[in-house]
Design a protein. Structure first.
Length: 247
């Protein structure tokens, strides 16, 4: 079963009746808030070339979606609608009490000098720390203009051979997550990383993901304001809690 189908199946069971309270689609992140104040975020995909100035035909009325309708957007062909679906899942899932690890995300991977590490998605603040371990390290990203990026064509081979994989959760939104996971063959550790990451181990139990490192919204009002004004991860840190859990 695809990861999006796992998330939808799990999320549908957690949905409550009633419509959404708010949706914000910022340049960096999307936020969905529920009627009880629970909220979740997900990365906002970049606009495609040639797109019109109207990105969401139902803009202005989307707060009337039910939680179930919004979660079902996870299977949309629109990346932007998928972001809303994932943010909704993260909001619904945040109601559930869970146990999180006190260990920081990269520390949980226990990267060794002998490890072959592949990062999919350019997490710039993490690069110096990972390189410092002395491991063999490759970064793959759709934006080849970023510094130090390995050619995309090398991705399948590198993922198949790696010991540790660091995968961006935006792969759920752009629809590449299942292909990426299918390319992992022998890794001892793999983390799905980023504020979009769904803290839901059961959705990944049949995959080679071993760790989930995401975020939980702790203060929705200022977070929505920052998102609406184009803020990204660094500005959202005050209003979320970064969480890590094993799968």
């Amino acid at each position: 079963m695809k990861i999006e189908e796992n998330l939808k199946s799990i999320g549908e069971k957690m949905c409550q009746e009633g419509h959404l309270a708010d949706i914000r689609i910022g340049l960096g992140y999307t936020c969905v808030e529920l009627q009880d104040g629970a909220a979740g975020i997900a990365w906002t995909p970049t606009r495609s070339a040639g797109s019109s100035c109207t990105h969401m035909p139902k803009a202005g009325t989307m707060q009337n979606f039910t939680e179930l309708e919004s979660i079902n957007l996870l299977s949309s062909n629109s990346h932007l609608e998928r972001a809303i679906g994932l943010a909704t899942f993260n909001a619904v899932n945040s109601r559930k009490k869970q146990n999180y690890s006190d260990t920081e995300a990269i520390s949980m991977l226990n990267i060794q000098p002998t490890d072959n590490v592949v990062m999919v998605g350019h997490f710039a603040p993490l690069l110096p720390r990972i390189k410092k371990t002395g491991c063999t390290f490759h970064v793959i990203d759709l934006d080849s203009a970023k510094p130090g990026i390995t050619d995309l064509s090398e991705g399948p081979r590198l993922l198949a051979e790696c010991d540790v994989a660091i995968l961006t959760a935006t792969s759920i939104i752009n629809g590449t997550i299942d292909d990426l996971l299918s390319q992992l063959k022998r890794n001892r550790a793999a983390v799905l990383l980023g504020p979009s990451t769904p803290a839901c181990p059961e959705a990944f139990r049949d995959s080679r993901i071993t760790q989930l490192s995401g975020s939980m919204v702790t203060d929705p009002e200022p977070l929505k304001r920052v998102i609406s004004q184009g803020g990204g991860t660094m500005l959202l840190k005050k209003f979320v809690k970064f969480v890590n859990m094993s799968v």
